[in-house]
Write a protein that binds this ligand. Structure first.
Ligand SMILES: [Cu+2]
Length: 280
């Protein structure tokens, strides 16, 4: 099999059976579908459809609706054009048909609404957090703080192309100071903006939360696989909007503790240094 064919087969298998691509934690060439999810919100839990399955379900429904409408249009154009049907019937009103075209869409919408609301509540109801991180969007970098683990904070800027290549990080996605979180732990993310609206977004986690000046938006994730995950600011926030990436390293509990110990020293713990509205 040629290289191109192999990539295509990988993309196909990823799209249709949800298989992992060559690099599970990041997009890859010829990929179809979403990045592989690594959180309950993305992958779902018993009783709650995750973002990925919910998206697939919507795709099937909308495809069926579009094909059905297309078929009706083609049928009308062929069967009832002026040439095929020179004398149009004067028929109007058909009660069973009108009931059907009202009820069937209602049933479809309810079928969508039930898993949609379940997922929405699952995302909004933050479980008891093991780790809390504050992410402050700034023009154009992120400031992170670990208010409950020593209160230290640090700034995370994008790596230059040269630095990213040297560090083996993807271009435009690598950060000079990644965020570390432990695997299989609930991480609460509190986000706000220091100047304009930014958005903290990591596709593999199913997280996209606006960072709005003057308020704290809270969300959560529980990464179930060790790895490095990337995201980007997802609100147009000015000239360097595209250059304030998010890099999250999901590590083992022991590695996290080791990082925490080093980080407290490195970022010179100062609990008083980081204050936002909700702290007061
Ligand atoms: Cu931004």
């Amino acid at each position: 099999m040629s290289l191109k064919k192999t990539a295509f087969a990988a993309a196909l298998s990823a799209a249709f059976i949800g298989g992992a691509g060559p690099a599970a934690a990041a997009p890859y060439n010829w990929q179809l579908g979403m990045q592989q999810g690594v959180t309950p919100v993305m992958n779902g839990v018993p009783g709650v459809m995750g973002i990925e399955s919910f998206h697939h379900m919507l795709l099937y429904i909308i495809t069926a609706v579009c094909l059905f409408v297309l078929a009706l249009l083609i049928w009308v154009m062929i069967r009832y054009n002026q040439r095929a049907n020179p004398v149009p019937s004067k028929t109007h009103h058909n009660t069973p048909l009108e009931v059907a075209w009202t009820l069937i869409p209602v049933v479809i919408l309810v079928a969508i609404a039930i898993p949609s609301f379940r997922l929405l509540y699952f995302e909004a109801d933050i479980p008891k957090a093991d780790v809390t991180i504050k992410a402050v969007g700034k023009q154009w970098f992120w400031t992170y703080a670990y208010p409950k683990d020593g209160g230290f904070q640090f700034d995370a800027y994008m790596l230059s192309d040269a630095a990213a290549a040297k560090a083996g990080e993807p271009r435009l996605l690598g950060s000079d100071h990644p965020v570390y979180v432990p695997v299989n732990k609930v991480v609460e993310l509190d986000t706000t903006g220091a100047d304009v609206i930014h958005s903290w977004s990591v596709p593999a986690f199913g997280v996209k939360m606006d960072a709005i000046p003057g308020r704290i938006n809270r969300t959560w994730f529980e990464a179930t696989e060790i790895g490095t995950y990337y995201g980007q600011c997802s609100q147009l926030c000015g000239a360097n909007h595209a250059f304030m990436p998010i890099e999250v390293k999901v590590v083992s509990e022991a590695d996290y503790e080791a990082w925490l110990k080093a980080a407290k020293k490195k970022y010179a713990a100062d609990p008083g240094a980081f204050r936002v509205a909700a702290d007061k």
